[in-house]
Design a protein around this ligand. Structure first.
Ligand code: SF4
Length: 346
C-alpha cells in the first residue's frame, strides 16, 4: 500500500500519516457574508478542520476576503469551469481550490491558475464524482473510469510541474466509492479526501458514508473525510468527528454517551434524556463517558462503569452513579441539568 504524501492546506497537514481531518461545506449563499460566517462558526464550534464554500461568481470570490478575516478555519473555494473565479478567490486569500483543471477549456488559462496556485502554495483538489464523468470519454461510472478521469486532471497539473494535489473519488454507490479509492491508492500517492456523494438525508448518509469511509480508513486509505448529508452541515461534522473517535483515529477529547436501546422495562424517556445531553455537550472537549439507562435491572452495571451514569427507578426518578461511590437519588425533572452540571464541572 502506498503511503500518501503530505500537503499543507492553510496550516492543516493532510496525508503522510497526519491526523485525519474532517471537512464540511457551507450551504449558505457565499455572497451573504454574515450568514456564511455564522454557519462556519457553527461548524467550528463542533470541531470542523476545513470548510469548503461554493464560489459561483465574482461577488462570492470577493466575499472570501471578509469571510476569512472573521473565521479561523482554512477555507476551500469550490469552482467549476471559470478560471477567473479561481484567480479571484486566490487574490481574496483562499487556502485551497476544488477545481478540475480539465474542465477549463483554454490550456493557457489552466497554466495561469496553476502558476498562481504554485506561487501562493495553494493546494488543488481534483474532485471526481461518478455522476459527472465526461460521458464523451467514459461511458460507465465505474471505479476504473473514475480513476482514469482523475488521471486526466492530474496529468494536466503534473505536466506543469504542479503536485500540490489532493483527490476525491466519490460515487453514491458504496462499493464503487471503495473500489475507486483502492485503485487510486495503488497507483498514486496524492492524499485522498473520502466521501460518498449524494448520500442522502441524515439516516441514509450515516449508513452509506460510514460504510465506505470506515472500510477505507481501516485499510489505511484516506486522509480527510466528509459526510455529505442533505440538511444542516453541522451534522456532517458531528458525524465525522464521532466516526474518527469510534475508529480510534482521533485523540480529540469528547463526551461519549452510552444509552440503552430501551425495551419493555424502560421507565423513563431515555431517548429524550440522552439526546438532550448530547445536544448540550457537543462542544465540550473532555473525555467523559455518560451512561443513560432505562431501568434498575440492567442499568446500574453500565452506569457504574461510566464516569457518570443514571438508571431509571420504578418510581420514575433516577439513581445517579459516580464510578463506585454510593448511588444517590435524582428527581426526573432535574436529571438532565444535573448531568450537564456534572460534565461542566468535571
Ligand atoms: S437497561 Fe433496562 S430498560 Fe434499558 S434495555 Fe436494558 S433492560 Fe431494557
Amino acid at each position: 500500500m502506498k503511503k500518501s504524501k503530505t500537503i499543507n492546506l492553510g496550516g492543516v497537514l493532510i496525508g503522510g500519516g497526519n491526523k485525519i481531518s474532517v471537512q464540511s461545506m457551507t450551504n449558505t449563499n457565499t455572497r451573504d457574508i454574515d450568514s456564511t460566517v455564522k454557519q462556519i462558526e457553527a461548524l467550528e464550534s463542533v470541531g470542523v478542520n476545513i470548510v469548503r464554500m461554493a464560489v459561483l461568481d465574482s461577488d462570492a470570490a470577493r466575499a472570501i476576503k471578509s469571510i476569512k478575516s472573521r473565521v479561523s478555519v482554512p477555507l476551500i473555494a469550490d469552482i467549476h469551469f471559470d478560471y477567473k473565479l479561481a484567480l479571484e478567490s486566490m487574490e481574496s486569500g483562499i487556502d485551497a481550490l476544488r477545481l478540475n483543471p480539465g474542465n477549463i477549456k483554454n490550456k493557457e488559462n489552466v497554466k495561469t491558475v496553476i502558476e498562481e496556485a504554485r506561487s501562493r502554495n495553494i493546494p488543488i483538489r481534483v474532485g471526481v464524482n461518478a455522476g459527472s464523468l465526461d460521458i464523451t470519454k467514459y461511458k460507465e461510472p465505474t471505479a476504473e473510469n473514475m480513476v482514469l478521469s482523475a488521471r486526466d486532471h492530474i496529468e494536466l497539473m503534473e505536466d506543469l510541474g504542479f503536485t500540490n494535489i489532493k483527490v476525491s473519488l466519490k460515487a453514491s454507490n458504496i462499493k464503487t466509492t471503495i473500489e475507486a479509492n483502492e485503485l487510486f491508492r495503488e497507483k498514486y500517492d496524492y492524499p485522498l479526501h473520502l466521501g460518498v456523494t449524494e448520500a442522502g438525508t441524515l439516516k441514509s448518509s450515516l449508513i452509506k458514508s460510514t460504510s465506505a469511509i470506515s472500510y477505507l480508513l481501516l485499510n489505511g486509505i484516506g486522509d480527510t473525510i466528509r459526510y455529505s448529508i442533505t440538511g444542516d452541515p453541522v451534522e456532517e461534522v458531528i458525524a465525522g468527528k464521532k466516526l474518527l473517535k469510534f475508529l480510534d483515529l482521533s485523540q480529540d477529547p469528547s463526551i461519549e454517551i452510552i444509552s440503552c436501546p430501551t425495551c419493555g422495562r424502560t421507565i423513563a424517556d431515555i431517548d429524550y434524556i440522552a439526546s438532550e445531553i448530547e445536544r448540550n455537550t457537543v462542544n465540550i472537549k473532555k473525555n467523559i463517558s455518560i451512561a443513560v439507562m432505562g431501568c434498575v435491572v440492567n442499568g446500574p452495571g453500565e452506569a457504574r462503569h461510566a464516569d457518570f451514569g443514571v438508571a431509571a427507578r420504578e418510581d420514575g426518578d433516577f439513581m445517579f452513579f459516580e464510578k463506585y461511590e454510593t448511588p444517590i437519588k435524582i428527581s426526573s425533572s432535574s436529571v438532565i441539568q444535573f448531568l450537564i452540571d456534572k460534565i461542566n464541572n468535571f
